[in-house]
Design a protein. Sequence first.
Length: 293
Amino acid sequence: MRVKEVNISEYKLLSRGKVRDIYDLGDTLLMISTDRISAFDHILTELIPYKGYVLNQISKFWFEKTKNIIDNHYITDVPSSIYKNLEKYDDLINGRSMVVRKAEVIPFECIVRGYITGSAWEEYKKNGTVNGVRIDYDLKESEQFKEPLFTPSTKEESGHDINVSFDYMKRELGDELAKLIKKKSICLYKYGYEYALKRGIIIADTKFEFGMIDGKLTLIDEILTPDSSRFWPLNDYVPGKKMVGLDKQFVRDYLLETDWDKNSTPPHLPNRIVEKASEIYRSIYNMLTGKEI
């Protein structure tokens, strides 16, 4: 089954984003991970089989493993166990959705970079900096930083997020909260990195989102998924080489090979790209959790 969207008449639809449909359940939210895929701020026509299930289950996996590092908003991935009137949607939403606590969202993407790649590599080649911070040692493409870098960006409702300095974040949130977010982001990255490395995966970089619940900093949204992270196969890793990841970068790379201008309607993905993308998502789930879909 491929799920494009889920329409639930009993509750108010709060948003239908690039991947998730979010419903207001009163005291909580229902976050449904669909099989939609986006690239370069466009939602593509094709659906990726199992993608929503994989994203949801990987987030659940990490939420349960990292709850000693920081509280998170996850409650259950079987919504009808709490809300009986959702039972008729079980086939659509069980496993690919989660009931979560409501949070006051902190409007920053909290990016942690363990390796230099992507836009960070392009900036470093040009200026010797990453997110405006000078790197005082030489790096090759895809090489590991001496220590993970925290490079926040604004969280925009539409369009591209904007890279900002940590000083800007401190001015907006206050020193204490900003420093706590940075500390927790790096702790989460290091935990995930060490765990994944033992399973043959390098987490090159990732992003986290946080909110406040009852006055306490809380991890929200998703965590260490193929949509929010760069996953590289450890066996293929070579410093100085552009890495091909086990994540949705595969789809981006295909689109970059076309003549699409990134402003018009995106081209269709051929079946071979859809099937390969689905295989990548499922393989990451298997490597991290040891479970098959």
